[in-house]
Ligand binder design. Structure first.
Ligand SMILES: Nc1ncnc2c1ncn2[C@@H]1O[C@H](COP(=O)(O)OP(=O)(O)OP(=O)(O)O)[C@@H](O)[C@H]1O
Ligand SMILES: [Mg+2]
Length: 593
């Protein structure tokens, strides 16, 4: 209940804040509905005037009808256009707010947990109804106002019409149940809908195009999409059957009773106990009462759908806040590392995983050091980098930055002192200058800084190949956009990482995996310079790599295996030790020779 009220308040406050005048004008529609409910009065007056041959009554009825119709139409035009404009405005406001919330969530868990993803999918599916939330709530208010006015008019004409009102009540009360069915259908269908959507998306993706064609996956993908869509729609189809049954039973009861009440009134009219004005109002009201019940049910469901969307928005806000509350740290990172970074008995398990990615790991990284992290696929190297940048919090243990627990640090301030290139880097399809410049927003316009970062990341050849230099639009999906190879994108990602100067942590997660040998060599010479610079300023360079040729220059090599340290030390020490590192190194050396 509290959440529903918050959802209602959210819609109301957002709407009114977005445009107070338009919100006010929307009420004109409500007034128009109330006026339209007065029509039976004028019909009754007209019928009575005709029977009594009373010209004044006839004139009053016609003038009344014309005047209310004219005013009603004016109100309706003003109200409807305000409501539609308001809907567009609110749609944009909510889109903007959703993007802001999604971008502000400190961790990545919500992008990986199926339960959260299903919720987000539902949220996206029905986000449109957020824009129409005020619309639907106003629709409900309009219907209630119109119905109340119609009821008063009808019951004052003849008390028996109250029986029809009472017969309409069960259907309205059943709406509570049908609204619950709607919610169940949405919850049940969401995972299947998400799967279908993602597979449709996959079929459109350029990076999946070659494999889909070579392996002939299209029919199989279509089959899964069809199956998921069927599973998604099945609850809706089942629900439609139940709705039909409810409507049928209600309709039969209502129309049976309506025929009886009307017959009773007609007998009384012939007997002179009911006047012609009352029977005219009753006949007109009969249709109105029937439409009224349907309208109340329809608008209630519409409003409930919007409230559910608003409730999901509230849930997203709460989720973002819960994550935010876990990052209560407000201590600033030191200007320069004096002690270094320490992993202290750190264990970490991804949400939903059955085993740890990192287990009871203790590791010291001294200031100014270049630390190479090696190990087989899945050993936990990238996980360590993500833990260090605060993308996830350790399940147990601590990460100390110069003696301060990372949980006590202001995570945003800490991230501002980190930089690097991630294994799953993004291909930002902007201009080349922007793609690189994003690495330091305060220097995005600084062409010299961008060129220098490109040089440090061995990306100057990428620049030379671009027709408009830094101004070239990247990505073939955009007008005049240029396509880049995987290695070229990777070099731009490294350059982006080089934009931020004086980092405390330079994390390079397999920066050269897609690079050719010449570029790799050039890059490492420049890395050496960049890492010396980082080291001089008390920073730490963490280099994750599978290429042992680059590891030798590191101050310390850490070999990870199954989320634990298998061995660590200098390259020379580890070779002498004749352990896992020496074996892997020997294998690669033989492979290259
Ligand atoms: N988002 C995730 N959710 C659940 N488990 C994950 C996730 N990412 C990684 N893992 C698991 O955590 C373990 C460590 O993965 P990680 O990506 O850190 O390995 P890595 O050493 O970087 O491997 P690679 O050399 O292939 O990049 C693996 O067992 C992997 O299956
Ligand atoms: Mg990795």
């Amino acid at each position: 209940m509290k959440t529903t009220l918050r959802a209602l308040w959210l819609v109301f406050a957002t709407t009114v804040r977005a445009s107070p005048l338009q919100s006010l004008l929307c009420l004109a529609e409500t007034a128009s509905r109330a006026l339209s409910a007065l029509n039976p009065l004028f019909y009754g007056l007209f019928a009575s005037g005709a029977v009594r041959q009373d010209a004044a009554m006839l004139l009053a009825a016609v003038v009344g009808l014309i005047c209310t119709t004219a005013v009603r139409m004016i109100f309706e035009i003003i109200g409807t256009s305000a409501r539609l404009r308001q809907m567009d405005t609110i749609g944009f406001v909510f889109q903007h707010r959703i993007a802001k919330i999604m971008g502000s969530i400190e961790t990545l868990d919500h992008q990986e947990s199926p339960a959260l993803l299903d919720k987000l999918q539902m949220f996206r599916d029905y986000a449109g109804s957020l824009a129409g939330a005020l619309n639907s709530i106003l629709g409900l208010i309009n219907t209630v106002v119109w119905s109340a006015t119609s009821l008063i008019v009808a019951i004052t004409a003849d008390w028996r019409l109250i029986i029809l009102v009472l017969l309409g009540l069960p259907r309205i009360l059943l709406t509570r149940m049908t609204v619950r069915w709607d919610q169940e259908v949405e919850d049940e269908g969401s995972p299947h809908n998400r799967r279908a959507n993602e597979l449709v998306d996959l079929c459109h993706r350029v990076d999946a195009g070659a494999e889909i064609r070579v392996f002939g996956l299209a029919p199989e993908l279509r089959r899964i999409i069809r199956r998921s869509t069927r599973q998604w729609q099945l609850p809706t189809i089942r629900k439609a059957g139940r709705y039909m049954l409810v409507d049928l039973i209600n309709g039969l009861v209502y129309y049976g009773a309506a025929a009886a009440v009307l017959g009773w009134m007609i007998i009384d009219t012939f007997a002179g106990r009911v006047d012609v004005q009352a029977i005219t109002i009753a006949i007109t009201a009969l249709g109105t009462l029937q439409v009224m019940t349907s309208n109340i049910v329809g608008t209630t469901k519409w409003a409930a759908q919007s409230i559910r969307s608003a409730t999901r928005f509230v849930w997203l806000q709460d989720y973002a806040r819960t994550v935010h509350d876990r990052f209560t740290g407000d201590r600033k990172p030191p200007p320069k590392l004096q002690i270094g970074i320490r992993f202290e008995n750190v264990s970490f398990r991804y949400a939903g995983a059955t085993r740890n990615a990192i287990t009871d790991l203790t590791l010291d990284l001294a200031p100014g050091q270049v630390v190479a992290l090696v190990g087989e696929n899945g050993a936990g190297k990238s996980t360590l980098v993500k833990l260090l940048t605060g993308m996830y919090a350790p399940t147990s243990g601590r990460i100390l930055i110069d003696g301060i627990d990372l949980a006590d640090l202001d995570v945003t301030a800490w991230r501002q002192r980190c930089t690097g290139a991630f294994q799953d880097h993004a291909n930002f399809e902007f201009t080349a200058a922007e793609t690189v410049g994003l690495g330091a927003l305060d220097r995005m316009e600084d062409t010299d800084a961008i060129k220098r970062a490109l040089y440090d990341g061995a990306g100057e050849n990428v620049l030379k190949a671009l027709p408009n230099g830094l101004a070239t639009q990247l990505g073939t999906r955009w007008p005049k956009g240029i396509g880049l190879s995987g290695g070229q994108w990777q070099r731009l990602a490294i350059a982006r990482g080089m934009m931020r100067r004086r980092p405390l942590l330079l994390a390079l997660d397999e920066p050269t995996s897609a690079l050719d040998a010449a570029t790799e060599n050039a890059l490492f010479e420049r890395y050496a310079a960049a890492t010396r610079e980082t080291g001089r300023r008390g920073g730490i360079t963490l280099l994750v790599t599978h290429r042992f040729s680059t590891v030798a220059a590191a101050d310390t090599v850490v070999v990870l295996s199954n989320g634990q340290i298998a061995e660590s030390g200098t390259h020379t020490y580890l070779l002498r030790r004749q352990g896992a590192y020496a074996e892997l190194y020997g294998l690669q050396a033989r492979g290259y020779s």
